[in-house]
Design a protein around this ligand. Structure first.
Ligand SMILES: [Zn+2]
Length: 244
């Protein structure tokens, strides 16, 4: 049993506006490797060199092979109890905003209705040139990467290193962070901006700040409550307390 402090339980029950930011930690509990995990087949490549505009310009086939490999891994995993607990929270609160840095659709697959995907979605494709969505299948075995009607090559619809985050999604995420009464930072290192500024924005505007993580982060000292452990165990227990 987790020993939840009284002030946390009070706000957990009374809050109407709740915002949650999730990162790689919650996906990792489902078996999605993080960027930092080195994995046999691709171990000689640095993800920070594959997930860039320049890498795609230089060798789109290589970048696509890596993304198709990652899509395949993601297709084979399932949402975990932490994802499902967040679906319950969305049902429970009048105003609930789920912001994620993950590109794997696991929140949606669990049943979350509204998800702000800061870094795009690995299952979607778009034009490298004009950004138009592309619905067709991608197969790069023959080296033929499909093109948009504008002539641009099709790329994964994710945010690469050095790229801007989607503006509207970002605005909605900051708006929710500034208006929320209770903010959860879950499974994220709290290092990468602009996502890292969201809990700070919430705190500055008077929200109660909670962090759920396997290890302390730069955010931990600023939190009202830090819960150490896997989100897949902590969030379901928290949701159970919510229904008491
Ligand atoms: Zn195009």
């Amino acid at each position: 049993m987790i020993d939840f402090p009284d002030d946390f339980l009070t706000i957990l029950h009374s809050a109407r506006r709740v915002a949650v930011l999730t990162g790689a930690g919650i996906s990792k509990e489902s078996g999605v490797p993080t960027f930092r995990d080195k994995d046999g087949l691709w171990s000689k490549y640095d993800p920070q060199e594959l997930a860039t505009v320049q890498a795609f310009r230089d060798n789109p086939q290589l970048v696509w092979e890596w993304y198709l490999y990652r899509r395949n891994i993601i297709d084979g995993v399932e949402p975990n109890p932490g994802h499902f607990a967040l679906v319950e929270m969305e049902r429970r609160y009048d105003d609930f905003t789920l912001i994620t840095q993950n590109v794997d659709s696991l929140h949606r697959r669990a049943g979350s209705q509204k998800v702000l995907e800061l870094h795009g979605n690995i299952a979607r494709n778009k034009c490298f040139n004009c950004g138009a969505p592309y619905e067709g299948e991608i197969s790069v075995e023959d080296g033929e990467i499909p093109c948009c009607s504008c002539g641009g090559r099709i790329r994964p619809d994710v945010v690469w290193f050095g790229e801007m985050l989607p503006e509207q999604v970002l605005n909605e995420a900051f708006e929710a962070s500034s208006q929320t009464e209770l903010f959860f930072s879950i499974g994220t290192s709290a290092l990468v901006h602009p996502a890292a500024s969201m809990p700070l924005t919430a705190k500055r505007n008077g929200a109660y700040l909670v962090e759920v993580n396997l290890e302390p982060t730069p955010l931990t000292d600023l939190c009202d409550f830090f819960i150490h452990g896997p989100s897949g165990e902590i969030l379901p227990e928290m949701v159970a307390r919510l229904s008491e």
